[in-house]
Design a protein around this ligand. Structure first.
Ligand code: NAD
Ligand code: TYD
Length: 328
């Protein structure tokens, strides 16, 4: 199968591309290369690369030539950035998804939209199913929800073979260090403070990016058109415990922990039920303890990957967001 993977130069997209190429698929990647998209993420993987935006109909038409299916990872993905500057979130999620859907519909292509548990909002107890109401709370999750609704409308109205796969919080190699785990790992390695929002008791349902990628491939192949499938990880963990585990894995001590001002509108807990995708035959393979240790090792062994980030524009982002400089 020849696949078009939009946003394939990002963290999860590149993990998915790596897996599909190993499985024998041909892959075309369309990516705008925002701060989060990097050719380095795919430097060891055979693929055709098209530099362009999903909201650009010409770039999309060129990239879609000859493919059998489209998987859309392309997104602005950081909640804190969506609070500070929501514009790009609206453009990419609303206009970009629309342009992709139109082009895929015209060509009769199967389409998979990669989405997030954040569309359901926060849950105190129990887990969200695909039937749970959509109650997004940030500009990130609200615009992702809008994209999901547009995809569902195309499946319903035009009988388009489109499916949605919603993942819980991902972690693993090549995640951009604005997200909790890579930020904490790199700060711990450097002896920088570890910023914990609020009381640190927010809970996330962690899934390794390889497991989310295999769920997406599974839903692309076996999912029923028009349906949504949740793919949650096997473990949940409060943020402060994630930070403590990273401290142990890097041989640091708790004096590095720094409680900082909470994120506005911060969701307390995410949790997904994955029964529906499990019924299609998918199972996550990586437990959080094991995946976190592997991730810490990867960051320790791959300074070539993060050194240009930590010495570039990321430093300005970090100073703005956390009100202090990173060490060199
Ligand atoms: P990422 O930020 O690492 O990568 C996003 C990629 O999309 C980058 O390569 C970027 O250059 C590209 N991109 C952004 N805007 C684009 C545009 N307009 N046109 C073309 N390319 C564009 O993100 P990620 O963490 O790999 O997330 C990928 C997808 O998975 C997103 O749709 C996200 O909502 C979803 N998701 C992420 C998580 C998570 O924990 N990271 C969890 C569930 C779902
Ligand atoms: P993040 O990785 O941004 O993912 P999301 O907001 O999509 O869940 O954050 C994960 C959790 O960690 C979230 O509760 C916010 C918290 N967090 C911190 O406590 N400190 C940080 O520096 C960051 C980036 C996140």
């Amino acid at each position: 199968m020849k696949l078009l993977v939009c946003g394939g130069a990002g963290f999860i997209g590149s993990t998915f591309v790596r897996q599909r190429v190993e499985a024998g698929d041909e892959v075309v990647v369309l990516d705008k290369l925002t701060y989060a998209g990097r050719r380095e993420n795919l430097q060891d993987v055979e693929h055709v690369f098209v530099h362009g935006a999903i909201e650009d109909p010409e770039a999309v038409a060129g990239a879609m030539a000859g493919v059998g299916a489209v998987v859309n990872f392309a997104a602005e993905t950081h909640v804190d950035r969506s609070i500070a500057e929501p514009d790009a979130f609206v453009r990419t999620h609303a206009v970009g998804t629309f342009v992709l859907l139109e082009a895929a519909r015209e060509r009769g292509l199967r389409y998979l939209q990669v989405s997030t548990d954040e569309v359901y909002g926060s849950i105190e107890e129990g887990s969200f199913t695909e039937e749970s109401p959509l109650r997004p709370s940030s500009p990130y999750s609200a615009t992702k929800t809008g994209a999901d609704l547009l995809v569902q409308s195309y499946a319903h109205t035009y009988d388009m073979p489109a499916v949605i796969c919603r993942g819980s919080n991902n972690y693993g190699p090549r995640q951009y260090p604005e997200k909790l785990i890579p930020l904490i790992v790199l700060n711990a390695i450097h002896g920088d403070p570890l910023p914990v929002y609020g009381d640190g008791m927010q809970v996330r349902n962690w899934i390794h990016a390889r497991d989310f990628s295999s769920a997406i491939a599974h839903v692309l192949q076996h999912g029923v058109p028009g349906e949504v499938y949740n793919a949650g990880g096997p473990d949940e963990c409060p943020n402060i415990d994630v930070v403590r585990r990273v401290i142990e894995l890097t041989g640091r001590d708790e004096s590095l922990i720094e409680y900082v001002t909470d994120r506005p509108g911060h969701d307390r807990r995410y949790s997904l039920s994955s029964d529906k995708v499990r019924a299609l035959g998918w199972e996550p393979q990586v437990r959080f303890d094991e995946g976190l240790a592997e991730t810490v090792d990867w960051f320790r062994d791959n300074a070539w990957w993060w050194e240009p980030i930590r010495s570039g524009a990321y430093r300005e982002y970090y100073a703005r967001q956390y009100g202090r400089e990173l060490s060199a």
